[in-house]
Design a protein around this ligand. Structure first.
Ligand code: PXL
Length: 276
């Protein structure tokens, strides 16, 4: 596959900020984001929102980072290092989301923002308080260049069940109506198809991204890896459809390279990029 161009040694790379939670097991969350960013030749900056206690079997709990510390990390990064794109993952609470939205506006940020609306882990453990859903929809979605829910998140956010391509289109329209410039409804969890079809919508046109459904149970961190690769491509100046196409290829190859770990679900692995 064609990768993003790597910066020559010694040259300052593009910078992408991940605003996300830590996964102690190293499979998902900001650890997944950092892996993909490094392998895509991007300098990763981080605003940690929460520290989860988890392994491959599940999340046993998490500690939220105070709102002012989340805001302080973002401000420290953008006022010195500068960023060309940002992405969000686990945001934990309503007040962290409100703080992020206010900080984004206060700093006058205009770079692309990819919002991966993480609500729960793959085991169903809560990563976002249900009281935070209104704040996410009302305050963060309107700031987003792109929102990337999976079908479980569509159900929680829109109260819609996606079962086929018609309902996937309806969900993309409903999601776009909440204010992001682009909406991507990921079809990977639609187990009735042997394809994984993601649908992108900008209020006018639909774009479909298709890949084979891989029989992989080690898929921890797949959504994070997709959103991160999209953010890195946007930092390079890709259009949103081209960035999503690149992200889809990146996560598909990372799924092929996923490895078993612990007693549960292992992570997708962008280490394929290093070759063998
Ligand atoms: O994959 C979504 C995700 C994001 N961030 C953190 C997570 C998970 C899933 O478990 O733990 C911290």
């Amino acid at each position: 596959m064609n990768f993003l161009p790597l910066p020559p040694p010694g040259a300052t790379p593009l910078r992408v900020l991940t605003i996300a939670g830590s996964d102690s097991g190293g499979g998902a969350g900001l650890q997944a984001d950092l892996r993909s960013m490094a392998l895509l030749g991007v300098h990763a900056c981080v605003a940690v929102t929460a520290v989860t206690m988890q392994n491959t079997l599940g999340v046993t709990g998490f500690h939220e980072v105070p709102d002012d510390v989340v805001a302080g990390q973002i401000e420290a990064v953008v006022t010195d290092i500068g960023i060309q794109a940002a992405k969000t993952g686990m945001l934990a609470s309503s007040s962290i989301i409100a703080t992020l939205a206010a900080t984004w506006r206060r700093l006058g940020l205009t770079v692309p923002l990819v919002v991966d609306p993480v609500c729960a882990s793959m085991h169903g453990d809560t990563l976002l308080a249900s009281s935070a859903l209104d704040t996410l929809r009302d305050q963060l979605f309107p700031l987003a260049t792109l929102v990337t829910p999976n079908l479980d998140e569509v159900r929680v956010l829109l109260d819609m069940d996606v079962v086929d391509s018609t309902s996937q289109r309806a969900a993309a329209k409903a999601l776009h109506a909440l204010g992001p410039q682009w909406a991507l409804v990921k079809g990977g969890h639609l187990r009735t198809s042997d394809r994984s079809r993601d649908l992108l919508y900008d209020g006018a046109d639909f774009y479909e991204f298709d890949a084979p459904r891989l029989p992989v149970s080690d898929d921890h961190g797949g959504g994070d890896t997709l959103a991160t690769a999209i953010a890195c491509a946007l930092a390079h100046g890709f259009t949103v459809p081209d960035a999503v196409g690149f992200g889809k290829r990146w996560v598909t190859e990372s799924l092929r390279a996923a490895y078993p770990l612990g007693g549960g679900h292992g992570p997708v692995s962008p280490l394929f990029r290093l070759g063998s």
